[in-house]
Design a protein around this ligand. Sequence first.
Ligand code: SF4
Length: 249
Amino acid sequence: MQLELVSIDLSNYCSKACTFCYNQSNAKGVAQWQPNEVISFALDCAANGVKAFSLGGGEPFEYAGIFEVISALTPHLFVSITSNGLPLIDKKIFDKLISHKPNKIHVSIHNPSDKEELRRSLFLVRKIAKFGIKAGLNFLVSNQQIESAKYASMWLYRNGILSNQIIFIPIKGKYAPSTKQLAEVAGTEQFQSTFCLTECKPSARFCSVSYDKKVNYCSYSKSKETMTSLDYSGLINALQNIKTFAPCY
Ligand code: SF4
């Protein structure tokens, strides 16, 4: 197995506290990963061939030490971040982001009927891109909002967002859209989505590390194994201890 991309949930703290959050992040969440632990773990992964690290959460820009982590990782790894965008409205945080410069930021759209969320996300993507950071959107799609999601994606395209800047993410559970509905929202047969859209199976190149230092091949999987040590070998040992790859649905 040669992992290329590792996704890590820095914490389960997020003041937005969405009811559908896959790791139940909330305003009482904690950071079990300390910044120095994240840095030494990521650099050991890089030394063992991992090419990219994706920082999520919890809300990464509400994680103390986020900029320290970005600065330490970017010389060695492609660093991408997924954010709900709210903290980036604060000029001080945005200015710090620009001076630390991760490689890519995706802003999440959770509710396509929320015009303010759409406008804010578009504004942030444009603003981030101006500073030479690859910017895009993670667009959450539910089967309850197909028409408003179609309208929202067309509105984004009309405002200059390219289809390759949007990842259409199907919500899990009873409101999960079909692949056909997802394509309708994207407005095209070819679109970016989660790699498990067509088939749920472990990837040889990707794994997900949770805020409580557990591992599986998928961020949504309900069965996760604890890392035996906070380094690349601890990660691989945990993956090898996974007996069954329990799907998320
Ligand atoms: S904004 Fe993202 S991390 Fe925060 S609670 Fe909502 S889904 Fe979870």
